[in-house]
Design a protein around this ligand. Structure first.
Ligand code: PMP
Length: 356
């Protein structure tokens, strides 16, 4: 049965139908084992196969070589805002690229453990990723948010930095080929492009992990996840299962290069409409436009409300912008269908022309 709603949520967000069907079957019986995925021991051979498959598929999708570890950490991306400076800052300095709400939260956490230097900033309106950087003398790492989910901006390429890059890739991981070069650590909450909320994927260079503080509880050290295959305690077994399924789906669809082509095509349909429209306009500067979260506004609050009411009637949901910035936002991650973007453009056009 086709779904009644087109879900533009920024996360948790739409997942591929094939993934949801496989998850549904595995809830009852994982791979013919007679026990469901939620009920299997995390130390049993059935789940260990799931874990190994998840790691293998993450490596295949992302082109992740042996210099890097693939880790599954319980908790979302917010957890890493503190975990990273707690381990790697140790009273020193790290450079932060400030591109919006999420980098702001990461900076706030870093202040607990050392001195974050704001190397560049898109303040006050965060329409573009910065181009002028002021690096500090010896940063331990350089943190950036590859896609700003709330403002709808995205780095076209990682910043050129004087220290290992640490990237919050929560809202664009595997939407295009992964760049590992110069990165010490990449983390991503799963609930946009990877799976359910409450679990994050970390891809960490092993030698960078080794530079982290050892004087912390085991679950606060990335090395614990490296040394114990993310099994120091009971991990989110179901989340790991779903991440593996999403990776298998990405590969079946042609991999991240195909994802990137499709994502560009999808986003351009909407940006082209916004560029040509007299009453709707995009938020992000052309050079920094996100292909994942498209933020836009109408000429008046009245127009926006009329559009949202019509959207509701037509089953297009979760188009309201984040509460901190207002306006509208269409989140169109990997699994969001191309025809859904077309339906949104028709809706915006109808609202502009006063049709209902
Ligand atoms: N970073 C980015 C870029 C995000 O979009 C989000 C969630 N929207 C987070 C961090 C926080 O993720 P979580 O709520 O899973 O901790």
């Amino acid at each position: 049965m086709p779904r009644a709603k087109l879900n533009f949520s920024s996360g948790p967000a739409v997942l591929p139908e094939a993934v949801l069907r496989n998850a549904q079957a595995a809830l009852w019986d994982l791979d013919g084992s007679g026990i469901g995925i939620l009920e299997h021991s995390h130390r049993g051979k059935e789940f260990l196969r799931v874990l190994e498959r998840a790691e293998r598929l993450v490596r295949e999708v992302g082109g992740v070589d042996d210099r890097y570890a693939v880790l599954f950490v319980t908790g979302g991306a917010t957890q890493h805002f503190a975990m990273i400076p707690e381990q790697f800052l140790a009273g020193g300095t790290a450079d932060y690229c400030h591109t919006g709400v999420w980098s702001g939260k990461a900076i706030t956490e870093a202040k607990r453990f050392g001195t974050p230097n704001i190397a560049c900033s898109g303040e006050p309106d965060f329409t573009a990723t910065p181009t002028t950087m002021t690096w500090s003398a010896a940063p331990r790492y350089v943190h950036y948010t590859s896609n700003e989910t709330i403002y709808g901006t995205q780095w076209a390429a990682p910043p050129q930095a004087p220290a290992p890059l640490v990237c919050d890739a929560s809202s664009d991981i595997f939407s295009k080929p992964l760049v590992l070069e110069n990165h010490g650590l990449i983390y991503a909450g799963a609930q946009k492009n990877l799976g359910p909320s409450g679990i994050s994927l970390v891809i960490a260079r092993k030698d960078f992990v080794e530079t982290g503080s050892k004087n912390l509880p085991p679950l606060s050290q990335y090395r614990t996840y490296v040394n114990e295959q993310s099994l120091h305690n009971t991990p989110n077994t179901f989340g790991i299962f779903v991440i593996a399924e999403v990776c298998a789906w990405i590969l079946a669809e042609g991999g991240v290069t195909k994802m990137a082509e499709r994502n560009a095509r999808k986003a351009n349909v909407l940006y082209d409409f916004l560029d040509a429209s007299k009453q709707w306009r995009g938020h992000a500067a052309r050079t920094s436009r996100s292909l994942m979260n498209i933020t836009f506004r109408g000429d008046s609050p009245e127009l926006e409300e009329r559009m949202l009411a019509l959207a509701e009637e037509r089953g297009l949901v979760n188009l309201r912008g984040h509460r901190s910035v207002g306006g509208l936002r269409a989140s169109i991650y990997n699994a969001f269908p191309e025809e859904g973007v077309q339906r949104l453009v028709e809706l915006l056009d109808d609202t502009e022309r006063g049709r209902s």
